[in-house]
Design a protein around this ligand. Structure first.
Ligand SMILES: NC(=O)c1ccc[n+]([C@@H]2O[C@H](COP(=O)([O-])OP(=O)(O)OC[C@H]3O[C@@H](n4cnc5c(N)ncnc54)[C@H](OP(=O)(O)O)[C@@H]3O)[C@@H](O)[C@H]2O)c1
Length: 213
C-alpha cells in the first residue's frame, strides 16, 4: 500500500464541472478498455448508511459528494447496483447511462424491472459473478462502469479483484449504530489494499481516489 508520494494529486474544492471531469479522468495509459470504479460516501467509522438506513443522511449538505457523484454518473456508461440498494434508495432509470441491477432473488421493483433502460441481471437464486455482469456490459459496448454498491455487492467485486478504482467521499463524522460498513465484515482481501492517487478537500469532506489494482 502506498499512502503518499509525489504521484498523489491534491487540491481543494469547489471545482467547476470541467475541473471535476479532469480530476476524475482515468489515469493515462489505462483509458483503453474497461474501467470499473466504485463510488461511495462513508463516515470516519466506515459506515455506508446513516441512522435512517440510507446513504442520503450521510451526504446531506455535502456539495463535494454531490459533485463527485454527478461527475461519476456523467462519466459512466453503466451504473451497477445490488438490488438491496435499488430497493433501499428508491433507484429509478438514469439519464445518460444504463442502470444495471444485480439480484439473486429477482425481487426488483416494477418501475425498474419493466423499464427498457434498466438491465436486470438475475442469478435465479444463485450469486451473479462480477465477471458475468462485466461481460454483459462489454456485450453492450459499455467500458465505463461505476459500481454504486451496496456493500454486499461491492465486497464481492473487490474480493474478485475486478474493481480498478475506488472513489469515495469521507465525511468527517461518526455514524455509530449497526448500519452497513463500506465493505461487509468478513470480506477477504490479500492485505491492505489500495494506492491513493487523488485527494481533494471540499468544505471539510475528503474526496479520495484510490487505485485497487
Ligand atoms: N454509502 C454509500 O455510498 C452507499 C451506496 C450504496 C448503498 N448504500 C447503503 O447500503 C445499504 C444496502 O446494503 P447492501 O449491502 O444490502 O446492498 P446491496 O449489495 O445493494 O444489496 C444486497 C442485495 O443485492 C443483490 N446482490 C448483492 N450481491 C449479489 C451477488 N453477488 N449476486 C446476486 N445478487 C447480489 C441481492 O439482491 P436480492 O435480495 O434481490 O437477491 C442482495 O440481497 C443501504 O442502507 C444503502 O443505503 C450506501
Amino acid at each position: 500500500m502506498g499512502t503518499g508520494g509525489p504521484e498523489v494529486r491534491t487540491g481543494r474544492g469547489p471545482l467547476t464541472e470541467a475541473e471535476l471531469d479532469d480530476w476524475y479522468a482515468v489515469p493515462p495509459g489505462r483509458s483503453d478498455g474497461p474501467w470499473v470504479r466504485g463510488g461511495f460516501v462513508t463516515t470516519l467509522d466506515g459506515r455506508a448508511a446513516g441512522p435512517d438506513g440510507r446513504s442520503g443522511s450521510l451526504n446531506e449538505g455535502s456539495d463535494g459528494d454531490g459533485a463527485a457523484f454527478s461527475t461519476l454518473r456523467r462519466w459512466a456508461q453503466a451504473v451497477v447496483v445490488g438490488a438491496g440498494t435499488a430497493r433501499a434508495e428508491g433507484y429509478g432509470p438514469l439519464e445518460g447511462s444504463t442502470l444495471v441491477v444485480v439480484t439473486r432473488s429477482g425481487d426488483v421493483p416494477d418501475r425498474l424491472a419493466e423499464h427498457t433502460d434498466v438491465l436486470v441481471v438475475s442469478g435465479e437464486g444463485e450469486d451473479v459473478t462480477p465477471q458475468r455482469v462485466l461481460e454483459t456490459c462489454a456485450g453492450h459496448g459499455w467500458d465505463r462502469v461505476v459500481v454504486e454498491g451496496g456493500p454486499a455487492l461491492f465486497g464481492a467485486w473487490v474480493a474478485a479483484r475486478v474493481v480498478d478504482e475506488l472513489c469515495v467521499t469521507v465525511r468527517p463524522v461518526l455514524a455509530g449504530g449497526d448500519g452497513p460498513l463500506l465493505l461487509p465484515s468478513g470480506t477477504t482481501l490479500p492485505g491492505l489494499t489500495g494506492r491513493l492517487t487523488h485527494l481533494l478537500e471540499w468544505e471539510g469532506d475528503l474526496l479520495v481516489r484510490t487505485l485497487l489494482r
